[in-house]
Design a protein around this ligand. Structure first.
Ligand code: SF4
Length: 200
């Protein structure tokens, strides 16, 4: 049975795909079948828009601080279903909604998808993970070249449509000098950088 929603601390997480355009060294998928005590996050098949909405609304959302699209894959792969389900949730409650993304959304869809997030997404957290294309390729193994440039462009565009945008890097996978480079990119784009620990 598909695990579409799972609880992480005081947030409700949403798992809508197992597809991704990266193969990150630190990916939680390399560590086991589930995260934070969840059932397996490997999906038998991708849930439909209706199944995603039903799964989210089966929870008492007043108990959670945030709804977070983040699972065993890149949520922007399914931006249409993501946005439709986020809008359905916003119609019934004002829970904060965040997307954790690799920032490849515009590359994936070959168009600027950032306007779709207008009015239904409150926070976009983008994994930056390196300040150079070479470093990014080494840590994240993207399936296409020029990924870092794509991420920076996406970040600049998404800022126009979402109230809060943040970059994140995993502390232990990025050398100190690269952290400084990531800070410089974040400063240049006016986006805060969160240095996070590796999830174990
Ligand atoms: S972008 Fe996220 S889901 Fe994709 S491989 Fe990296 S950590 Fe895993």
């Amino acid at each position: 049975m598909n695990t579409i929603t799972y609880i992480v601390g005081d947030s409700l997480y949403v798992n809508i795909t197992n597809r991704c355009t990266n193969r990150c060294e630190f990916c939680i998928r390399n560590l086991g079948d589930g995260a934070y005590g969840s059932n397996s996050l490997w999906l038998d098949s991708e849930p439909t828009e209706k199944e995603i909405i039903e799964s989210i609304l089966s929870h008492d959302l007043s108990k959670y601080k945030e709804l977070v699209y983040c699972g065993y894959g890149e949520p922007m792969m399914r931006v249409k279903e993501l946005v439709a389900s986020a809008k359905a949730v916003k119609e019934v409650c004002d829970i904060k909604i965040r997307i954790n993304t690799n920032g490849h959304g515009n590359f994936i869809h070959k168009s600027d998808i950032t306007p779709m997030l207008d009015g239904c997404i409150d926070v976009v957290s983008i994994s930056l993970n390196s300040s150079t294309e070479e470093g990014y390729a080494e840590v994240c193994h993207p399936v296409f070249s020029g990924a870092l440039e794509q991420i920076k462009e996406f970040a600049g565009l998404v800022k126009e449509h979402v109230p809060t945008v943040i970059f994140s890097v995993v502390e232990t996978t990025v050398p100190d000098e690269d952290i400084e480079g990531c800070k410089a990119i974040a400063n240049e784009l006016g986006i805060p950088l969160r240095i996070r620990e590796l999830v174990k």
